[in-house]
Design a binder for this molecule. Structure first.
Ligand code: HEC
Ligand code: HEC
Ligand code: HEC
Ligand code: HEC
Length: 318
């Protein structure tokens, strides 16, 4: 449970358990965590040591009614009578290998909040419509390889690189100026690239001089994102790339005196929506105390997660 989540939960009254569940059902789903959050909001846990602070813990996925559940053994064997196992063994169920297991938190129900006819969280449906579902490649196959509990996604540059193929378009320089760009193909992401409305992939292209410095007024910028208003009242545009589709990010500008090369790059801002959201809440002046400290911390964390996915510099003919 990061500071961005806790900072927002402080808006709820300490005893508003139903309100808390709007977030806890995915972020900290245990009954014990619901109690721990109530205690902290009521000022009974000033140091914030409750179990809710740990977010989605093992038991949230593996324990129901004091029984441990998990996937079948890798080799298909089952425990033999008399075999002693820690915590009296576990209840094996294929549910753990099913994409619907992840859909419980990564897909809104059909009657959930939608914009332009698309649910705000729609990852399972995107996956289901793709060839990965038909080929039996599940969320677990990509996000928990060899059953490792990694869950790497858009925050990890290596994972994101494996999900796309990026190539420069040909470069032409003539009387019309400089024309080029990048083609981005979704070749390895099991849903839209990216699936959520929170990240933003920013294409930036500009001309550089002999010292490698950007030349003013030569910049072009495009976003790959599902951009929505901060209050979620409307979708501004949706340029995400569905599975196996591609997108052309074009550069077309007059050539400027002193231009030596064209620089093109893709920057990933995994928490772009949150950055804008935290800024607007902090600027509103309606926030104080713990919530303000937490949202400031969350704002810096959202800025610190940026990385460069791809860059290339094409030399221009003299
Ligand atoms: C249906 C499940 C679900 C519900 C309900 C939910 N979230 Fe999330 N939330 C997610 C997932 C999944 C992510 C990860 C998205 C990503 O990183 O791309 C996330 C990410 C976040 C993040 C950014 C990561 C972090 O920890 O800082 C914040 C902040 C957040 N949620 C706040 C909330 C708040 C506040 C609520 C309640 C009003 C809420 N969420 C309700 C599933 C949910
Ligand atoms: C978000 C849900 C989730 C959380 C949280 C989670 N697990 Fe799992 N766990 C799974 C899934 C799903 C699988 C099966 C993956 C597969 O079969 O590809 C699994 C598999 C396992 C296995 C079997 C591994 C094997 O090699 O056969 C063990 C043991 C396990 N988890 C323990 C833990 C422990 C301990 C924690 C906490 C540190 C934990 N899990 C947290 C979902 C979760
Ligand atoms: C109980 C709810 C829950 C379940 C079940 C669950 N997740 Fe998540 N998942 C979350 C939340 C909440 C986050 C965001 C954590 C954060 O950043 O604070 C998250 C984050 C992620 C991320 C990281 C996203 C990013 O932005 O980097 C990936 C990938 C992911 N989950 C995949 C899976 C897969 C695959 C499964 C099924 C095996 C699964 N999840 C099951 C709640 C869940
Ligand atoms: C073929 C591999 C593959 C499959 C299958 C797959 N993913 Fe992903 N996923 C990726 C890659 C690559 C990324 C990083 C690029 C991106 O964010 O789109 C990613 C990113 C994510 C993220 C980060 C947030 C975001 O906005 O992109 C979440 C959450 C996630 N996946 C959940 C899931 C769930 C849930 C499923 C199953 C319904 C699933 N994934 C199936 C490859 C896969």
């Amino acid at each position: 449970m990061g500071p961005g989540l806790l900072g927002q939960l402080r808006d709820y009254a300490a005893d508003d358990r139903e309100g808390h569940q709007a977030c806890l059902r995915c972020h900290a789903p245990l009954a014990e965590q619901a109690d721990a959050l109530v205690a902290e909001l009521a000022g009974k846990d000033p140091e914030g040591r409750g179990l809710h602070r740990q977010g989605l813990v093992c038991a949230g996925c593996h324990v129901r009614q004091h029984t441990r559940y998990g996937p079948p053994r890798r080799d298909g064997s089952t425990p033999q009578p008399g075999e002693t196992l820690p915590h009296a063994g576990w209840q094996s169920t294929p549910a753990f290998q099913d994409a619907r297991f992840c859909g419980a938190c990564h897909q809104f129900d059909d009657d959930g909040y939608a914009l332009e006819g698309k649910l705000l969280e729609n990852t399972f449906t995107e996956w289901q419509a793709s060839r990965y579902a038909r080929e039996g490649v599940t969320c677990q196959n990509c996000h928990m390889p060899d059953r490792q509990h990694l869950w790497r996604g858009i925050h990890d540059a290596e994972t994101t690189r494996q999900g796309v193929t990026i190539e420069p378009l040909g470069l032409t320089v003539d009387g019309n100026g400089i024309n080029s760009g990048l083609v981005v193909r979704n070749t390895g992401t099991g849903h839209h690239f990216p699936t959520y409305l929170t990240p933003r992939i920013v294409f930036e292209a500009f001309q550089v001089d002999a010292d490698g410095q950007e030349i003013a007024d030569t910049r072009v910028e495009w976003w790959i994102a599902r951009a929505v208003a901060l209050d979620l009242s409307q979708e501004l545009f949706d340029s995400r790339i569905p599975v196996d589709e591609e997108m052309e990010l074009a550069y077309a500008m007059p050539r400027t005196a002193g231009t030596m090369a064209l620089q093109m790059q893709l920057r990933v801002e995994p928490d772009a929506f949150y950055t804008d959201f935290y800024r607007s809440v902090l600027e509103s002046g309606n926030v104080s105390g713990f919530a303000m400290v937490e949202l400031e911390e969350a704002l810096s964390a959202s800025l610190a997660s940026h990385y460069t996915l791809y860059e290339t510099r094409l030399a221009l003919p003299r």
